[in-house]
Design a protein around this ligand. Structure first.
Ligand code: NAP
Ligand code: GLV
Length: 309
């Protein structure tokens, strides 16, 4: 039983140190030195080259380094019948809570306006409003969306979420299904997107969706870039229908230098860093799942490929 890693290089030995702690009996190999491909039963990977996983004939599970797994399903040669497990670990959730709360407060406290005023050396106060008068809405109330919803609720924002199925989260209004989308958007002054990318969620944030938001609403996009029709977003910002946007994910990554998203005055653009998997806590979660599989159980957080997430 061997685990192969294609994680990242900038965290040095953090992944290996963590697996030595949580899976001391399992050999761990680096992607660049796979050895005999027949030995590999588990792969923990981010964006492997297309066709690369097909070279391991004895794989029992493929673990995504991130919560999203579109980097795997976009491989036409992905081994069939091997369970895909998305990343659910406390470090990733905590990072997303930080990013969403920080961004929501940034828009709530008019920081885009103050940044522009600072550039122009303008001293002007904008009337502060309480969080209780700013409604937050989260698209996707899964592991990340529900954790962010609870934290925004605790800051005093009236919070609602939209998902496929109804949710019971204390103090969070639940909207669901196609019929629930427009009423949900109608009441969302700050809209946070934490949807996975599926055929249903691609292009979901389009001109019609932006028009359904209250005038001047803000968007925080941290799910996947292909959920947003970027030309419609720019038009909504230019018309004032949207007051601002924080973008972490884009249709094309890295965002091309000539993209107008870089320089729009009502956009905060960051390079897909909303949250990162933390090696120490993630290795513990992956190790627990490998133990489950070895014991003949299904891993937790297995992707349902028919459903698309
Ligand atoms: P998750 O637990 O699978 O939650 C997905 C949520 O989306 C669920 O609430 C699901 O509804 C809802 N959903 C899916 N399809 C839908 C549809 N057609 N209509 C309505 N709701 C739909 O996923 P997660 O762990 O929270 O992660 C969400 C996404 O965040 C990931 O897929 C990834 O793309 C993104 N992400 C980004 C970063 C970053 O740094 N930017 C970091 C981590 C993750 P049900 O609950 O009813 O099934
Ligand atoms: C990052 O985008 C992730 O899916 O974890």
């Amino acid at each position: 039983m061997t685990l192969i890693l294609k994680t990242d290089i900038y965290r040095g030995t953090a992944w290996h140190d963590a697996f030595a702690r949580y899976l001391p009996d399992v050999p761990v190999r680096e992607w660049s030195e796979p050895g005999d491909p027949n030995d590999i039963e588990y792969a923990l990977v981010w964006a492997p080259e297309k066709g690369a996983l097909a070279k391991f004939p004895n794989l029992k599970a493929i673990f995504s380094v991130g919560a999203g797994f579109d980097h795997l399903t976009s491989d036409p040669d992905l081994p069939k019948g091997v369970p895909i497990v998305r990343m659910v670990e406390p470090g990733l959730t905590a990072g997303m809570i930080e990013f969403v709360v920080m961004s929501a407060l940034y828009h709530h406290r008019f920081m885009l306006d103050y940044a522009a005023q600072q550039r122009d050396k303008v001293w002007r106060e904008i009337e502060q409003i309480p969080t209780s008068r700013r409604r937050a809405g989260i698209l996707g109330l899964g592991v990340l969306g529900s954790a962010c919803a609870e934290m925004l609720r605790d800051f005093g924002f009236p919070v609602a979420g939209w998902s496929r199925s109804h949710k019971d989260i204390a103090g969070v209004e639940s909207f669901h299904g196609a019929d629930g989308l427009i009423p949900f958007l109608n009441r969302s002054d700050i809209l946070v997107c934490l949807l996975p990318l599926t055929p249903e969620t691609e292009d979901i944030l389009n001109a019609e969706a932006f028009a359904a938001l209250p005038r001047g609403a803000a968007l925080i996009s941290a799910g996947r870039g292909k959920s947003v029709v970027e030309a419609d977003l720019l038009a909504a910002l230019d018309s004032g229908q949207l007051g601002g946007a924080t973008l972490d994910v884009y249709r094309q990554e890295p965002l091309p230098p000539d993209s107008p998203l870089w320089s729009h005055p009502r956009i905060v653009a960051v390079p897909h860093i909303a949250s990162m998997t933390i090696a120490e806590t993630a290795a513990e979660a992956v190790a627990a799942n490998i133990r489950r599989i070895q014991a003949g159980q299904d891993p937790e957080h297995m992707v349902d490929l028919k459903r698309g997430y």
